[in-house]
Write a protein that binds this ligand. Structure first.
Ligand SMILES: [Zn+2]
Ligand SMILES: [Zn+2]
Length: 172
């Protein structure tokens, strides 16, 4: 006799609308966005960090192999376009309150030393500033112990939210 697939699990999926109740009573669900490396080791530490950093319920994830390299080199325009399109969905559909771009120790695709990778992150932040002037953009470094660190923003953009936090070096 042919075994029929067990479909009972389907009944456990909440119907559309059921997910509308927010963890915070009466509040809208809050989202931020991360442009993270695909590396499995850095997903949870970064998500947990960002939930606190931006006070959000959920972190929309855009993953690439070494996104800090892609965004700083600006050679792979197809990947950059794809990142920006996904970013737009997160901002427009989820009202994302902040964007983080991440680099990490031991990256398979970006073998540059830490300080160079941090520069790649800062250059990535600058590209994102140019595309999104009204949303906070931060850079994160995940160290060898998988601890997450905010990276200094080296840009100065008078109209950008990111520039409101204080002094920045003018590199651009
Ligand atoms: Zn990586
Ligand atoms: Zn900038």
């Amino acid at each position: 006799m042919k075994h029929k697939p067990d479909r009972t699990v389907i009944t456990q999926i909440p119907r559309a609308g059921d997910e509308g109740s927010s963890p915070k009573k009466g509040d809208r669900m809050r989202f931020c966005t991360v442009i993270n490396c695909m590396d499995g080791r850095v997903q949870l530490p970064v998500i947990r960090y960002l939930q606190k950093r931006f006070n959000v319920d959920y972190v929309d994830s855009i993953t690439e192999a070494a996104p800090n390299l892609i965004l700083s080199e600006q050679k792979d325009m197809a990947s950059i376009q794809s990142i920006l399109e996904r970013l737009k969905i997160s901002i427009e559909n989820h009202g994302s309150v902040g964007i983080a771009v991440v680099g990490h120790h031991g990256c398979a695709k970006n073998s540059a030393p830490r300080d160079d990778q941090i520069m790649h992150i800062q250059q990535s932040m600058h590209l994102l500033h140019q595309k999104n002037e009204t949303i906070e953009i931060i850079g994160l470094w995940v160290d060898k112990n998988r601890e997450v660190h905010d990276i200094e923003d080296t840009c100065f953009h008078p109209d950008s939210k990111t520039a409101a936090g204080g002094m920045r070096n003018i590199l651009d």
